[in-house]
Design a protein. Structure first.
Length: 374
């Protein structure tokens, strides 16, 4: 080997890119003055392509493999530079390594709700979020349209552009699906597959595809979800009467959590009323005829013209029936006060005696104390 062969051997380079960032789409090989020695070794790993550029023009593209750079495997670059066969001098070119693998678990979401028209609920606002995968399918287009002269181009530099494109397509897909809002969850995969195809077509000019698109959730605003939850409760209960009972039972629980409060007596009274009502309903069901005839009432109605008795809550216990004629004695004995809960057939619930017009006469105004004697 002659002296010049030894010198020439010292200038053989290895051109390669080891990606340890996991999010780099394009990386430009750094060269002092962009000079590359002829016969240098080019190493392109799986999931990469190497693109040679000459003065801003895309030239030769190398797929995975190991290459010795020479004029015969650089045909476009050789033509651009006017090389003759056997050219061995160093040359200037920019080498870009482009990642061609899938970049997974990229996030997307709707910052603002998407307004759609629902056949059941009318105009509703929907939010959605999920993940997607990005893959470069045309390195030359990506370099021309998005990268330019950026020496290191990562997924974060294109994520906002992709998010805006995705949100636009998501709004169109949800609005044109003609699916009721309550059926969207069952069709998320179908909608996602449609969106993946639409996004890939939309991004083809940039050399990008979306091979995988996932919708993790489609949701309503919190206040609408609260109303929907209440509607679901009513649907489970079946009618408004049952819903009222649920509300009353909830009130009893709230009163039990606040012992000694003003709602304690009311909760007790409502509980007694509910208990009596349930007992009457159970009695009606048990006494009904086997042949489907209407069940007889648990208690007969009062005799026409007879006074309807009263029931009182005294010391947390139900007292009664009490005839109307005995009420003055109850007032005198302190069992019946304006705050005592009372009930009579025909009343909806237990009520404070002071709020019952028929008992107002028992609680005459108390005169003020006598003035001092002169």
């Amino acid at each position: 080997m002659g002296f010049m062969d030894k010198v020439r051997g010292q200038f053989i380079d290895i051109v390669e890119f080891l990606d340890d960032s996991r999010d780099t789409l394009v990386w430009r090989f750094p060269r002092q003055g962009n000079e590359i020695k002829m016969n240098a070794q080019l190493v392109v790993r799986e999931g990469q392509v190497a693109v040679f550029e000459d003065e801003g023009q895309v030239a030769d593209v190398f797929t995975p493999g190991t290459y010795t750079l020479e004029t015969r495997n650089l045909p476009i670059l050789s033509d651009l530079k006017g090389w003759k066969y056997g050219f061995e001098s160093p040359f200037k070119a920019e080498v870009y390594f482009v990642g061609m693998r899938q970049y997974a678990d990229l996030k997307w979401g709707t910052q603002n709700p998407v307004t759609v028209r629902d056949p059941e609920f009318g105009v509703v606002r929907l939010r959605a979020f999920g993940t997607y995968s990005l893959q470069v399918v045309d390195a030359a287009r990506l370099l021309r349209q998005l990268v330019g002269t950026d020496p290191q181009f990562g997924t974060d530099e294109v994520s906002e552009f992709l998010r805006q494109t995705i949100v636009s397509q998501v709004g169109t897909a949800l609005g044109s699906s003609n699916l009721p809002m309550l059926d969207l969850a069952a069709n998320q995969q179908t909608i996602a597959a449609t969106l993946a195809g639409a996004l890939t077509t939309n991004l083809a000019d940039f050399g990008i595809s979306i091979p995988r698109f996932v919708i993790e959730n489609i949701s309503l605003p919190p206040e609408v979800e609260a109303v929907l939850d209440k509607r679901t409760q009513m649907g489970v209960l079946g009618d408004l009467d049952q819903f009222a009972k649920l509300q009353a039972a909830t009130a009893i629980g709230d009163a039990a959590n606040n012992p000694g409060g003003a709602g304690e007596g009311l909760g007790l009274g409502v509980g007694m009323a509910l208990g009596q009502q349930m007992a009457r309903q159970m009695g009606q069901q048990s006494s009904g005829s086997q042949d489907g005839a209407p069940a007889a009432p648990a208690m007969p109605p009062p005799v026409p013209g007879a006074a309807v008795p009263w029931f009182l809550v005294v010391g947390g216990q139900q007292v009664g029936p009490v005839d109307a004629a005995d009420l003055p004695a109850r007032v005198a004995g302190g069992d019946l006060t304006p705050a005592t809960l009372v009930w009579q057939q025909g009343m909806v619930a237990w009520t404070a005696a002071a709020d019952v017009p028929a008992l107002g006469g028992f609680f005459a105004a108390t005169p003020p104390p006598l003035p001092p004697q002169a």
